[in-house]
Design a protein around this ligand. Structure first.
Ligand code: 3EB
Length: 347
């Protein structure tokens, strides 16, 4: 007898498919209160002047990055069930029976080592998710004040990588379970690590044009950056798959390309994203990258005056302008001018 997969059970026998369990929209700041009235909201990210987790409603976080070009500043993540909020240790978390969104905010004391703070935070997050019904972290965002600053003789991004590596490498086969990630720099206090986890194992996707970050040579960091280029989510009972694309930059192989040239970096970054989409499409017998639309994008870049060339090049991607947020941020290598992350639904 042929054993049916979950997908066949739902789409074949029951002959119905549910919507993707996550949908992202952008909204204006005036709408925050009314948005949070919806009990399906798992996370609302308000790009503003501070980094914080809201005291009254831990579904709402502020991230201290300025939006540019009239981008709508609130990214709203809707799930499909009623959300409840909780706290455990330093982690504020929100769940809906399918998915969990958690936030760990670190107040950085003057005298501390970033690598130790990050190691402790990642150990706390790993232990926490393993104690829940949502053990599979598929997406993580790291917001780090002064990410390029040299401290104790080393760039803070490198210290961050050392701490993350120390925590995650405690797990056997840790390279096979890495989430999609972003690591960007803010100008305001507060390190925030936000993560999404669920019951479904993410499928790790690497980029054919890039060396996997976990195999970078040590020149970029004494301990390699631990993240996947993207993760493909095969949600139970849902025909559409979702691809969560990590922060992607103008890196080919492991080297930065086009130092000092924003347009060329933006184009190279788009080629990297297209390569990921092509590869996933081919592997899954789905549409080619040309036909795939990106459902949402965050575009982080260093210099606000470079908005126009960035917007011009990103505008050629198949994504509706109303689903793009442009953000002023530091990128984790000094010679990188921008980084793009996004989500795409594959039918
Ligand atoms: C890169 O490809 C660019 O250390 O978590 C992008 C996304 C980057 C995530 C991370 C770093 C990270 O290496 C930088």
């Amino acid at each position: 007898m042929k054993v049916m997969t979950t997908r066949e059970t739902f789409s074949g026998v029951n002959n119905h498919t549910r919507e993707t369990p996550l949908k992202i929209e952008l909204a204006s700041a005036e709408d925050i209160n009314s948005i949070l009235q919806n009990d399906d909201v798992l996370m609302a990210v308000n790009f503003s002047s501070k980094t914080a987790v809201d005291r009254d409603d831990p579904r709402l976080i502020s991230v201290g990055l300025d939006t540019l070009g009239n981008s709508l500043p609130v990214e709203v993540w809707h799930g499909t069930g009623q959300v409840t909020s909780h706290r455990e240790g330093r982690i504020n978390w929100n769940e809906n029976g399918d998915l969990l969104f958690g936030h760990l905010l670190i107040d950085e004391p003057d005298t501390s080592n970033l690598d130790v703070l990050i190691e402790q935070a990642y150990i706390e997050i790993s232990a926490f998710v393993n104690s829940t019904a949502y053990p599979h972290v598929f997406r993580i965002w790291n917001y780090i004040p002064g990410i390029n600053r040299i401290e104790n003789g080393i760039e803070r991004y490198k210290s961050f990588c050392i701490g993350r590596h120390a925590a995650l490498s405690l797990q056997p086969d840790f390279r096979l379970t890495l989430p999609a990630a972003s690591a960007v720099g803010t100008d305001v206090p507060g390190i925030l690590v936000s993560f999404a986890s669920g019951k479904v194992k993410p499928v790790q996707v690497e980029n054919t044009r890039q060396v996997s970050a976990y195999h970078y040579p040590p020149v970029y960091s004494p301990r390699s950056p631990l993240f996947s280029r993207a993760v493909l989510m095969n949600w139970n009972g849902c025909e559409a798959q979702q691809l969560y694309i990590s922060g992607t930059s103008s890196i080919v192989g492991h080297e930065t390309r086009h130092t000092g040239d924003i347009s060329a970096q933006a184009e190279e970054t788009c080629m990297n994203i297209d390569a990921l989409l092509d590869d996933v499409a081919r592997r899954n017998g789905k549409k080619s990258a040309r036909e795939i639309t990106l459902s949402s994008l965050r575009v982080y870049f260093r210099h606000p005056e470079q908005l126009e060339p960035v917007r011009e090049i990103i505008g050629r991607q198949a994504v509706s302008p109303k689903n793009i947020v442009y953000l002023k941020a530091d990128i984790c290598r000094m010679n990188l001018l921008l980084e793009i992350e996004g989500i795409t639904n594959l039918f």
